[in-house]
Structure formats: C-alpha cells, structure tokens
Design a protein around this ligand. Structure first.
Ligand code: ATP
Ligand code: PRP
Length: 215
C-alpha cells in the first residue's frame, strides 16, 4: 500500500512509551475519538472510527522521521527528539505535557580536565551545547543507563534528561548545568501543512483549546 501526502486521511504519528499515555489523555481531552484500548493493543496502525484520521504508533525518536517523509502528516514528540534528530518538519504547538529538562550532570567531586568525556543518548545536543560554551569535549554516544558512565569511569560528565531527579540521586550524581526545558510538541510535515491545511488546523485548534486549561 502506498502511503503519502496525497491521501485525504490525516495520519498522526504517536510516540510509544513514556509520553504515550499523557499524549492519549491530551488527544481525548481535545475531543478526538481515541478509544482507551489503544494502550492495550499491539496494533501499530489504528484507524479512528467516524473520522478521516488514523494513528501510527512509533518509537519516539522515529516520529519526526515519519513526519518528515510524509507517511505521517502530523506527529506528537518530545522537544529533545526534535533537537537531536534535526528533521525538516514544522513545529506547530507546545502541548505543555511531558515536562522534563536536559541537564549536564556528574559526580559532585568532579575536577575539570582538558577535553572531558561526556556520555549521552543525545550526541548532537551535547556537542552543540559545549560548542556554544566554548568547551572542547569528547562525546560518547550511549543508548541508555547513561548515569552509569561517570560511576565506572567511562565519562567525566553526562548529558541527559532529568525529571524527578531520582536516577541522579540514587546514583550519587548531581545536576551541574541546565541546557534546556523539554516538553511535548505537535509537528507537521511541510507538504501536509499546505495541502491538508484545513485538517491540520482543525486538530491544532482542538489542541489549543486544551493547552491553557492544563496550565
Ligand atoms: N524522565 C524522563 N526521561 C526520559 N524521557 C522523558 C522523561 N519525561 C518525559 N520524557 C519524554 O519522553 C520521551 C522518551 O520516552 P521513552 O523513554 O519512552 O523513549 P525511548 O527513550 O525511546 O525509550 P527507551 O528507553 O525504551 O529507548 C522523551 O522524548 C521525552 O520528551
Ligand atoms: O529524573 P528521573 O525521574 O529519574 O528520570 C530521568 C531518567 O529517565 C530516563 O531514563 P529512562 O527511564 O528512559 O531509561 P534509559 O536509561 O534506558 O534511557 C533518563 O534518561 C534518566 O535516566
């Protein structure tokens, strides 16, 4: 089956995982007819009954990829992913859910060294940040459990998401520098935004009704 921007149906890419449930509640509050069994199901393409709408459920880091290529018209994704993936998409709205922050962290007794090693799941964000700070660092890409790196001597510092701070605390690490705040964003494919503007605007307006109520 060919999927693309000429389809009249609007396809929304949703992130599986941590922000899925909060995003789902947000969609329901916006009046989109999303049934609760979406979270029980293992289906990856979910049509919405009675609407020219379908959801695809994707790995969070892949959401902007589906949207850039136009196989999803719009998507819901964390700002961290947008900053890291640098995909060519429109960022339409800050949904003000999925709050967390991007931080530099490390052991409290960390001593500055020349070209420190920085472990992270976000190599682009880390490299850009330290470049802007005029600091030379060696960035080491990891895929998870980043807090382990300074504990066992792989890295001097880490760049990672902090939410409750529990992971840092339980591993004896401390927040050192604040890079940016992260929230969930609503994004659109550039061509879809032009060719399906009514449908995209309709959803964006529904979202806009919900955002102020959540403050
Ligand atoms: N405490 C948090 N830690 C990580 N991500 C968070 C946190 N709070 C909100 N988020 C948001 O959730 C998204 C990550 O979700 P999730 O952890 O499910 O994805 P993932 O990193 O692909 O999962 P996995 O750990 O299975 O690889 C981020 O893009 C971010 O915007
Ligand atoms: O401040 P906290 O509330 O403790 O949350 C932050 C932690 O959550 C994320 O990891 P995740 O659970 O996605 O696991 P990961 O290590 O596999 O990336 C993030 O990378 C931190 O490790």
């Amino acid at each position: 089956m060919t999927r693309g921007i000429n389809d009249q149906k609007l396809t929304i890419a949703m992130p599986k995982g941590r922000i899925f449930e909060e995003s789902l509640v947000f969609l329901q509050q916006s009046g989109l007819n999303v049934t609760a069994d979406l979270k029980e199901s293992r289906k990856l393409i979910i049509p919405v009954e009675g609407a020219q709408l379908e959801f695809i459920l994707a790995k969070p880091t892949d959401v902007p990829t589906y949207v850039e290529y136009g196989v999803a018209d719009v998507g819901v994704v964390g700002k961290d992913v947008l900053l890291e993936e640098e995909r060519d998409v429109y960022e339409l709205l800050d949904l003000q859910i999925g709050y967390c922050r991007m931080m530099v962290a490390g052991l409290p007794d960390w001593k500055p060294v020349e070209a420190p090693r920085v472990a992270t799941k976000y190599p682009r964000i880390a490299s850009r940040y330290f470049r802007e700070q005029g600091q030379q660092v060696e960035v080491i890409k990891l895929n998870g459990s980043v807090e382990l790196a300074p504990l066992i001597g792989l890295a001097d510092r880490i760049v990672d998401i902090v939410s409750t701070g529990q992971t840092l605390r339980e591993n004896g690490l401390t927040e050192m520098e604040h890079i940016c705040e992260i929230t969930t964003r609503f994004i659109a494919n550039r061509a879809s935004y032009r060719m399906k503007s009514e449908a995209v605007d309709d959803i964006a307006n529904k979202f806009l009704q919900v955002i102020p109520k959540r403050k």
